[in-house]
Design a protein around this ligand. Sequence first.
Ligand code: NAP
Length: 250
Amino acid sequence: MAEPLRVLILGGTGEAVALANRLASTPGLAVTTSLAGRTRAPAAVPGAVRRGGFGGPEGLADYLRARGIGAVVDATHPYAARMSANAAAACGDAGVPRLMLRRPPWRPGPGDRWIDAVDGAAAAAALPAHGARVFLAIGRDGLAPFAARADTWFLVRLIDPPAAALSLARCAVICGRGPFAVDDEIALLRAHRIDAVVSKNSGGTATHGKIEAARRLGLPVVMIARPPPTPGDSVATVDAAVAWVVDRVV
Ligand code: NAP
């Protein structure tokens, strides 16, 4: 019997889970999903799962060689730029084919009031002057630049409760994991009398509710731009990623 194609999915997104589910029922594959290990109770994933960093591009290249990985799908979040760069370098080094699965970014539509920001610091600087109430739904690692805005009250939404107090002078923390319904997001923004929303341009449907809610309430959204794309082949759908993997099964 032929050896299975060993596939490594770099995860941390709903698309990575969906891809693992689809590949689980595909013959001729042995699939491992890799998670950074930041979320306390990540979504269940079929197949093997490993957690934690590889130790930079060299560590990942060693892992690929040692495990006989024959294909890598980088299905990390569009803002996980370091992992994607590491995957590009490691796959190049180890001679392993690599595909990126990337959600297309959201585009502003009629009624949207987006303020573009190149990064978190620019987003913090772009917030309305003194006394605003701002919804921050950008993950715990991106909060540091907003500490400079002691004049602003923040509603911070995280997946897990923070282990230590946040660096923000005035804030409240709520916990939740998408998908978030538009009506619930509208109710949340109203209940906290939010004046502005800060978001990453994650794409997809799971977290778009707050963008739609802001549009309906006429609120500005400070949109933090995606990091520059990592070079290499990229697809936008789980179907296309499945087809790419299946093409590699001999
Ligand atoms: P990052 O800055 O690109 O990566 C930092 C380091 O974390 C990497 O160098 C790597 O460590 C480790 N790492 C990241 N993703 C990994 C994975 N899938 N498996 C094993 N190690 C991984 O990443 P990040 O922005 O902190 O994101 C961490 C994870 O959360 C990613 O899996 C991403 O898909 C997910 N996520 C991120 C965001 C976001 O806004 N950034 C949003 C939702 C989900 P080594 O160098 O030691 O290998």
